[in-house]
Write a protein that binds this ligand. Sequence first.
Ligand SMILES: [Zn+2]
Ligand SMILES: [Zn+2]
Length: 345
Amino acid sequence: MKAAILTGPMKVEIMDIPAPKVTPGTMEIKVSACGVCGSDVHLWKAGKGWGKIDGPFVMGHEFCGVVTDPGEAKDFKTGDRVTFWANLYCGKCDMCRAGKEHLCREVNGTNYVGFVCNGAYAEKYVGKIRNAYHLPNSVSDIAAGLIDTLMVAYNAVKMAENNLMEKVLVVGTGIIGHMIGELAKKSGASYVALSKVNDLKIARAKAAGYFDEYFDGNDPEVLSKMKAATNGGFDVVFEVVGSGETVNLCIDAAKPGGKVVMIGNSITATVPVNINRAVLQEIRLLGSVSCTRVEFEETIDLIAKGIIDPTRYVTDVIALDDLQRAFERQIDPNDPLLKSVVKMP
Ligand SMILES: [Zn+2]
Ligand SMILES: [Zn+2]
């Protein structure tokens, strides 16, 4: 089968490799679409997967396809449209038993399809039946390539438990920040603002119209402008960058007793944090990663019921052959690319 192989640092090459084989508990699909994720870029830069992978390594964890071999599956048959939850989990530990498989003790929040085992930048994919979900016809292939991204935004917004009329700030202009803004507005926020450092990636946000205001994160007066606009701070702030500077902006922009939901991963192991502001004003700092298994199903439903159309944030639909170029564009600070999705023929 044709597949995009990670052959070295910053290099994916299209090659012919043997198709993966169906084993007990797995089934095979013909891949229809696969979203290109910001976290793929870390692997692409490193030139290898996480952990030990035998043979050619294929990334890709935001995908859908059509069942070509259901294996032992009872609920799936050949021809069914499906998507897979990329979280791998043991199913036995206390977290898994509590319905928090994304926090599974064994996998430590880092075991995903396309990271520790082969993913779906390929014609065929074989994966665990228990991770597969039916796709309603109202969810297009391109939209299904965004379920994985949307689930992160959905988990973060639910984590905030925001109430009607609250004021919300999103710090970070990636697609997850865009989706958080839309979901926060749709869940009743009265005022939703975005903190940005340039206008390169906000054209889709402006067209969608869910943000009431855009703040310039580089403006030395930004904090006082935010306080003035909100009568003293935001109820909820979402951190979607992962740097010390932005974490501190979030803590400072929250009102006393407010919440900061942290989604951005830091490249460094630690970042300096304005701890006294958080302690003395009881700012609640909440980490948010992936989503629960139930929330994954709900994310499919969000799209199926038309509550959110994630395809409005797709700037590029590309062929598998263009994947290398998509990664190069992703790390170019001057490229307006917001989200690309590989569409298979
Ligand atoms: Zn992803
Ligand atoms: Zn577990």
